[in-house]
Design a protein around this ligand. Structure first.
Ligand SMILES: Nc1ncnc2c1ncn2[C@@H]1O[C@H](COP(=O)(O)OP(=O)(O)OP(=O)(O)O)[C@@H](O)[C@H]1O
Ligand SMILES: [Mg+2]
Length: 474
């Protein structure tokens, strides 16, 4: 009957009669298809939600935020070359998206910004998903992504890396973090990391620098040893402080003329203690009281806080009154608060430096803020001799060159003693002596002959009325 033509009346009754409808092969086929489709959709939904459930139950995620100190370690660990696994695994784990992190470092030891620059490129897995093979049958899925929330202070997009492993393999993460940490420790071995304040974050300032040996900084007799002994004593007394409820902090103030080795000494000390340096320049415009106190609560672990140009906080107060508002800067009370206000961290070694001790407020020099003050002054005879030995010790075996050099400096009045009426008492800096020796590498005679260059130059303004200039008393 199916293949006999349907009379017009029958087709009408078929519309009204469901049985007739199902007898219609065209219609039945359609229903069947729709049913299949619905079943497929249902099955898909079930698989999806089952998958999601499975994923929740079977997988373990670890999310690492960019703000976490382990973030760069993990990125470095991810970009490590890995041994070649089998064909399938190698296809699976090939990373197709890479991003590059470039860091530059000045080759000029003085750290100038104009000299030659060394750049190192460092390939990291880019954004997206990657798979890492840990060992046979153990894989980690990695998803590096930018999230939509940006860091409000810097405007940088926030970033996370999520590591995913199967639940039974969850202990692999401990291994990942241990390896990543060891890798970064190895990269930093013999190096000093210098952090600088970038708005509300501490960011490494360039590549970690090679540790500066403490012996390469020559301070006057006993000065260096005194500070190092004090810091080491402090570091060994944590329990003493904690037992007595005293915040475990110590502050040092190094003051003196420019180029006397203050900053160099602090960097060398950090290297000696295997600490990093967290540096803020207080004369920088843009660092506010709020920034300062916030940053001090988040000091990187095992770091020495270095506040350069501490006098700026006092200077700003006056200057601002004199020449109006010139941008946000740290104020005196802001500095004191940051150093020992409620928000100040519990553990800290701080070094403050200044060229103008006279501009500091006595309130700064109070235990807990500054416990030890040391003047790092102009070059003394002892320092000049020691520096000579470091530079020419091997070619000046009998020390006669050193004697002549020191005598020459004496003749020039450079150790603060006048020589007759035309050689006034004056001083030179250790930085200037270093400059002279660097210019005359392996050339003692050159250094002695050019010693006159150590006389500090005074940059006087052009005389207003050259003829018959009136000199005011110094
Ligand atoms: N006492 C020193 N021993 C060895 N090197 C020194 C010494 N003093 C200065 N130098 C050299 O001179 C340069 C400048 O020194 P540094 O920056 O440490 O001086 P500073 O006292 O911090 O000066 P400023 O007060 O201007 O910040 C560095 O290259 C450093 O190596
Ligand atoms: Mg300095």
């Amino acid at each position: 009957m199916a293949d006999s033509p349907i009379p017009p009346s029958a087709s009408l009754s078929a519309i009204l009669n469901p049985n007739a409808l199902f007898d219609n092969p065209l219609f039945a086929g359609g229903i069947g298809l729709a049913g299949l489709g619905a079943a497929a959709a249902f099955a898909r939904r079930a698989v999806l939600s089952g998958g999601a459930m499975l994923r929740r139950r079977m997988l373990v995620n670890v999310e690492i935020s960019r703000r976490d100190p382990s973030y760069p370690w993990i990125l470095a660990w991810l970009s490590q070359p890995r041994e070649n696994p089998g064909f399938v695994a190698s296809r699976l784990t090939r990373i197709h998206n890479l991003s590059v992190a470039t860091s530059t470092r000045s080759l000029d030891p003085a750290g100038s910004h104009t000299g030659p620059v060394q750049a190192s490129f460092f390939l990291q897995p880019g954004y997206g998903r990657h798979i890492i093979r840990m060992r046979d049958g153990v894989y980690i899925a990695v998803n590096r992504e930018k999230t939509s929330t940006a860091n409000m202070s810097t405007g940088e997009p926030h970033e996370t890396v999520t590591l995913t492993a199967l639940w039974p393999h969850r202990h692999i993460f401990e291994e990942v973090f241990t390896q990543a940490h060891a890798l970064s420790a190895r990269a930093h071995e013999g190096k000093t990391v210098v952090y600088a304040a970038r708005k509300l974050e501490w960011a490494p300032l360039g590549e970690p620098r090679k540790k500066r040996p403490l012996g390469s900084v020559i301070l006057d007799e006993g000065v260096k040893e005194g500070i190092v002994a004090d810091v080491q004593d402090f570091l060994s007394r944590q329990k003493w402080y904690v037992d007595r409820g005293i915040p475990y902090r110590r502050g040092y103030l190094l003051y003196g003329p420019p180029g006397s080795g203050k900053s160099s000494f602090i960097q060398a000390l950090a290297g000696e203690l295997d600490y990093s340096v967290a540096m803020i320049n207080l004369s920088e415009v843009g660092v506010t009281d709020d920034h300062l106190s916030y940053l001090l609560t988040k000091l990187p672990k095992r770091s020495i806080l270095l506040l350069e140009d501490a006098d700026a906080a006092f200077q700003n107060r006056k200057q601002r009154e004199a020449d109006g508002y010139s941008g946000p800067t740290v104020t005196f009370s802001g500095l004191l608060n940051a150093l020992d206000g409620l928000a100040a961290g519990e553990e800290r070694i701080a070094f403050l430096t200044t060229n103008h001790i006279d501009r500091l407020d006595p309130a700064l020099i109070r235990p807990g803020r500054v416990d030890m003050m040391v003047r790092i002054g102009e070059a003394t005879r002892y320092q000049a001799g020691q520096m000579w030995d470091r530079f020419y010790g091997d070619i000046d075996a009998d020390g006669s060159g050193r004697e002549r050099f020191l005598r020459r400096l004496d003749q020039l009045g450079l150790f603060g003693e006048a020589r007759g009426s035309d050689v006034p008492a004056r001083h030179t800096s250790t930085a200037a002596i270093q400059g002279l020796f660097l210019f005359n590498k392996n050339d003692m005679e050159g250094a002695i002959n050019m010693a006159e260059g150590l006389i500090p130059r005074t940059f006087e303004p052009e005389p207003q009325n050259p003829a018959g200039a009136i000199k005011s008393p110094a």
